[in-house]
Design a protein around this ligand. Structure first.
Ligand code: C5P
Length: 232
């Protein structure tokens, strides 16, 4: 799996997004479009960014009955995204159905990855709200294995979990890791962070980087620094 830096375009309008992307006159970064931008602008934002030459991770985290997810994934594969995701908590049946929907006439499909437990969920909220009493790291690895056994390509996880996910699910199982910060940068609201170089060392396949690039004085230089540390 080719290592790459995915830039989280956490903007609320097409205008802001294109003002940001216009700065990248050389290599077009792999970008992540999340719920905020997708719900604000609709599918046209995906087509427009794709037409500009970017690869796209569409981060919509599907979670519904298998039939609905299957049909929705069919729509997303026609949008020509390169990566999309769902919640492993939707069960193996839902994940299998998602893969069935995610097909294109030419036989290709986007990479499909699963969210295990959100990093905003801690042991206490998992036990009290979801009535899951097992240790959270065991739950995360169990969900990752469910994703693998359902035929998915990988999971979103913290860079700190990437090594263990590879140990449990194999080195070909893709790890996509947010929570990346430069050694001399602001942590912001992220709790457990790693530098791009550390994420590379631990075996992350893709890092998702938002504010260290989008809020930088020189976003292109910040992106290039990420690529230099993580990929080159
Ligand atoms: O700005 P920052 O680098 O923190 O952005 C990280 C991106 O990764 C955001 O789009 C955020 O929603 C996403 N993300 C995350 N932590 C997770 C899952 C996704 O930060 N556990």
């Amino acid at each position: 799996m080719g290592k790459d830096v995915i830039v989280a375009c956490d903007f609320s309008s097409a205008e802001q997004t294109f003002a940001f992307l216009d700065k990248f006159t050389g290599k077009k970064p792999f970008v992540k479009i999340g719920m905020e931008l997708f719900y604000a602008e609709g599918p046209s934002i995906v087509r427009e960014i794709k037409a500009r030459g970017h690869k796209i991770f569409l981060d919509l985290k599907l979670h519904d009955i298998p039939n609905t997810v299957k049909k929705s994934m069919a729509v997303l594969s026609r949008l020509d995204v390169d990566m999309c995701n769902l919640h492993a908590g939707g069960t193996c049946r839902m994940m299998t159905a998602a893969l069935e929907g995610l097909t294109r006439p030419d036989g290709t499909r986007p990479i499909l990855i699963a969210v295990t437990q959100l990093t905003s969920t801690d042991q206490e909220s998992m036990e009290n709200d979801l009535l899951i009493k097992e240790p959270i790291d065991k739950v995360v690895m169990h969900y990752a294995l469910n994703a693998k056994n359902s035929g998915l390509d990988g999971v979103v996880c913290s860079p700190l979990e990437a090594g263990k996910v590879h140990d449990v699910c194999g080195t070909d199982f893709v790890t996509v890791t947010p929570g990346v910060r430069f050694a001399d940068g602001d942590i912001g609201d992220q709790k457990r962070v790693m530098t791009p170089a550390e994420a590379k060392k631990i075996g992350s396949d893709y890092i998702v980087v938002g504010r260290p690039i989008t809020a930088a004085e020189d976003p292109v230089a910040a992106y290039e620094r990420c690529v230099a540390e993580f990929v080159d």
